[in-house]
Design a protein around this ligand. Structure first.
Ligand code: PLP
Length: 310
């Protein structure tokens, strides 16, 4: 069961169906009736507030409707990445863990974006002291230098699926590829040696200040947010009135292009009507000076493009 309206879990069949973004979710037209999509980030509902107006469609309501024996697991991203850099509200991740325990449902954390220091902790779930039953990892495990992904499983899960005297008979052609694994091991060694998780947290504090500066200076910048070095903000016609730009104004795209011309790569999200979100995810080794340069570039780029939005 996917846990929100805009999670991203990949584009293979079931992961695609767990993804909440229509453009990806419906890409192949394949169906997996066993994947159900819940609304995300409803802490009170997950804690059991049945009178909450959004209760229908939260994870708890789906478990109640389907029956505990029909729900194997809940999958969520600690921070939603490709869905628009959405941080969970206070208490949410813990509430989902408690809910899963209450109903004997497994909790899967998709740490593909959050893992290996991106958010200022080794894993995203570490921010909330939550231990999932399974974790999907990729990207940061090699810092992208080699193709490696994996699923980390708890002892409880391992004991159920292990076969033939400790062998898991579920391998792919390139499972455990030595080159990728060697790169992953070296990458983790460097992350630990150079204290990059703590550095990500420290630079995240600098990034927060930079985003605040951009919001204070530019009237279209809304909802700046970050956890460590995973950051984003919205561009809106009128942030105070929560008024988005007209659909014809591709503000996020325009800003990203303007930054690209200044040698900075950031990413636009505009897959829904009126959505103009910009995601920022600098390398974990970024210095304070480079962070300042990055904010200066975004500042200049905003000045250059925003006159077209007036
Ligand atoms: C949170 C998350 N999960 C999983 C994936 C992996 O997707 P795929 O297996 O399609 O590469 C991604 C890729 O961007 C992701 O951001």
């Amino acid at each position: 069961m996917a846990s929100s309206t805009s999670p991203y879990h990949g584009v293979t069949v079931s992961a695609q169906r767990a993804t909440g973004i229509d453009a990806f979710r419906n890409f192949s037209g394949s169906k997996d009736p066993d994947i159900l999509n819940a609304k995300a980030h409803l802490t009170e509902c997950e804690l059991g507030d049945r009178n909450h107006p959004d209760y229908e469609g939260c994870i708890r309501s789906i478990i109640e409707k389907e029956g505990t024996d029909r729900i194997a697991a809940v999958i969520l991203e600690p921070v939603q990445g490709a869905g628009g850099v959405h941080l969970p509200p206070e208490g949410y991740i813990e509430a989902v863990r408690t809910l899963c325990d209450e109903h004997n449902v497994l909790m899967i954390a998709d740490e593909v974006i959050c893992g290996f220091g991106r958010t200022g902790e080794m894993f995203g779930v570490n921010h909330w002291n939550v231990t999932p039953d399974l974790m999907c990892v990729a990207k940061g495990i090699t810092s992208g230098y080699a193709q490696l992904g994996g699923v980390l499983i708890s002892e409880k899960v391992r004991n159920v699926i292990v076969q033939y005297d400790d062998v898991l008979a579920h391998g792919f052609t390139y499972s455990g590829h030595p080159t990728a694994c060697a790169v992953g091991l070296k990458n983790i060694e460097i992350i630990e040696r150079d204290g990059l998780v703590a550095h990500s947290k420290e630079m995240g504090d600098e990034l927060k200040k930079g985003l605040q500066y951009l919001q204070d200076k530019h009237r279209y910048v809304a909802k700046p947010r970050n956890l460590g070095l995973l950051a984003g903000f919205d561009l809106m016609k009128d942030p105070e009135a929560s008024l988005p730009f007209h659909n014809s104004v591709k503000a996020a795209n325009a800003l990203v292009e303007e930054c690209f011309d200044r040698n900075l790569i950031i990413r636009p999200f505009d897959f829904e009507e009126g959505m103009n979100i910009v995601a920022i995810a600098p390398p974990l080794v970024i210095t304070k000076q480079e962070m300042e340069n990055m904010i200066t570039i975004i500042d200049e780029a905003l000045t250059a493009v925003s006159s077209k939005w007036d």
